[in-house]
Design a protein around this ligand. Sequence first.
Ligand SMILES: Cc1cc2nc3c(=O)[nH]c(=O)nc-3n(C[C@H](O)[C@H](O)[C@H](O)COP(=O)(O)O)c2cc1C
Length: 367
Amino acid sequence: MAAHGASREPIKFAYWVPNVSGGLVISSIEQRTSWDIDYNRKLAQIAESVGFDFALTQIRFTAGYGADNQHESVSFSHALLAATERLQVIAAILPGPWHPALLAKQIATISHLTEARIHVNIVSGWFRGEFHAIGEPWLDHDERYRRSEEFIRVLRGVWGEESFDFQGDFYRFHDYVLKPKPLAPPLIFQGGSSRAARDMAARASDWYFTNGNTPEGIRAQVDDIRAKAAGHGHSVKIGVNAFAIARDSEAEARAVLDQIVEKAIPEAVAGFHHEVQNAGNASPEREGNWAKSTFEDLVQYNDGFKTDLIGTPRQIAERIVALKDVGVDLVLLGFLHFQEEVEFFGKNVIPLVRELEARRLENASAA
Ligand SMILES: Cc1cc2nc3c(=O)[nH]c(=O)nc-3n(C[C@H](O)[C@H](O)[C@H](O)COP(=O)(O)O)c2cc1C
């Protein structure tokens, strides 16, 4: 397949931080993964030693569909940064509960404490029940994105301008001076796949994170975002979610997927399905995350089976390079047994991806 604007840079690898209990699949299958800090510190150290670039924390304010305990994302991210030397950590942030002045200040300080290894993922909310539980107004889908975009503009202004003035519909600032500024501008990621999400990425974010999908499904989003971003003189990178099952044989890996789905907790998956209709399907075009998800897809919170990184290390490496061909810059990974599988993936899949990337560069320069 012809490369479709594939970056010459090595593709980046991130993993989901299990700071929420219950793992990454809604299934009673054994998950040798823990949400506690000791497990997570060790996981972060393993990840950086085997070639992962980023770790992404989750933000949840209440339980639901298996997430009985949920550690807070900014403080947890800082703890992981303190335990590592190179790993970059992305903290998930919900506008609404967070005011951007508070976040800008928290992140500026953490930037100084960690040699600028902290970044943010601005998420716009899918869980109406959690907003209700904490007394936060639940805005309509596109209004949530309008607020998120103002939130991002405020972060850039407060971090980047000496003195910041802003008159928005959601936030106002008057000659606000943040000191110290972050050591370097933190990267701004965003999560979501609807038209409003893509439009926001094309105008405001550094990185667009989307749910798991096929290369064709991702290509359609990349084309849309790149065309719109060019119109705004902006450029944005693309990260895609995947649930990886790397085993010595493809049959073994597929058997693990079958077991995860066989042991899915039907009531919890159905409840999650009902709830996520407030997210992507509440968008005017009904195009967002989960708009087309089947029961099997929803067993993994972010449609990670669809990306199909399930098989031998070589099959997975080839599929990752195919994702790169359609414009993907980063793969975000979830696993059943995080410490063991992050290590296996880093030692057995990432080197093969690097080989395939090097071969492509050689072929391109020989052509
Ligand atoms: C990679 C990724 C990470 C996300 N992390 C969180 C999170 O930690 N907390 C949260 O409430 N929502 C999270 N979301 C959900 C999104 O913010 C958004 O609410 C959801 O994708 C629906 O948006 P859409 O209608 O634009 O698809 C995440 C989404 C993606 C793709």
